[in-house]
Design a protein around this ligand. Structure first.
Ligand code: SF4
Ligand code: SF4
Ligand code: FES
Length: 258
């Protein structure tokens, strides 16, 4: 087994401020960045704060920025880097720092609460739900999400724009709206909820200019932009310019005015 010494630069600090600190840490064959951060904790910086859980790319806890790119530390192999390279590990930039590599991601839980849940179809018992395989597969792609929030972190709408956070749900939750809007059994429309309209008016879909940065960093390979955000935008536009919808809205507005 070969070993070598790698140069690491790790952000240390808290909500008040901090700085990058340099470390030299031993690396063994087959290791990932999280292994090195753990060795650093064990040998040189026992108070280094880092969040992790599964070490298998499934819990979404170990999100950080490695050389400026949002990544899961447990899925980033050291062999990706040159041995001579200095590897910089910093906390997710879009969220407030708690300490060292740990950020407060509660923004995402707030956004999750703002998306209305699946509305079950009336008169159909859960065991009797039937849908086509193509619809099942669409939902399944979105359901692979591990809530690592790397897509939320990389999206330029909020990455350096705290002021946009109130009006923008971010790719992960717009994807959730898209999943429900395209779900053949969701009865939201019958219950008076227009999901594509609320995506536009309440969840900030209009801020997204389909740059696909969210898709590029998704560790689950979900095609967030192509399969969720673009179809949701198309559905919002279709509904807005559908003559029947337009007429219905006009009639509804008139009767509301009376
Ligand atoms: S495609 Fe939209 S949601 Fe995704 S990163 Fe770009 S602007 Fe953000
Ligand atoms: S969509 Fe992908 S990048 Fe975004 S939270 Fe889910 S798994 Fe992470
Ligand atoms: S520790 Fe669970 S995804 Fe990395």
């Amino acid at each position: 087994m070969s070993t070598y010494d790698a140069s690491f630069r790790i952000w240390r600090g808290d909500a008040e401020g901090g700085e990058l600190r340099d470390f030299t840490v031993e690396v063994h064959d087959g290791e990932v960045v999280l292994d090195i951060v753990h060795r650093l904790q064990a040998t040189q910086a026992s108070d280094l704060a880092v969040r992790w859980n599964c070490k298998a790319g499934k819990c979404g806890s170990c999100s950080a920025e490695v050389n400026g790119r949002p990544r899961l530390m447990c899925m980033t192999r050291m062999s990706t880097f040159e041995r001579s390279e200095t590897i910089t590990v910093t906390p997710l930039r879009a969220f407030p720092v708690v300490r060292d590599l740990v950020t407060d991601v509660s923004f995402n839980y707030q956004k999750a609460r703002e998306v209305p849940a699946f509305v079950p179809p009336e008169g159909v018992a859960p065991g009797a739900y039937r849908m086509q395989q193509i619809d099942v597969e669409r939902s399944q792609e979105f359901r692979k999400c591990i809530e690592c929030f790397l897509c939320q972190d990389t999206c330029h709408v909020v990455r350096d724009h705290e002021e946009n956070k109130g009006a923008f749900a971010g790719p992960r939750f717009l994807m959730r709206v898209a999943e429900l809007d395209m779900h053949p059994l969701d009865a939201a429309a019958e219950a008076g909820l227009d999901r594509s309209r609320t995506a536009q008016e309440e969840h900030g879909l209009g801020y997204c200019n389909i740059t696909k940065c969210c898709t590029e960093v998704c560790p689950e390979g979900i095609r967030i932009t192509d399969n969720a955000l673009i179809p949701l935008k198309e559905r919002a536009v279709d509904r807005k310019y559908d003559p029947l919808v337009w007429l219905g809205n006009k009639i509804r507005r008139r009767s509301d005015d009376r």
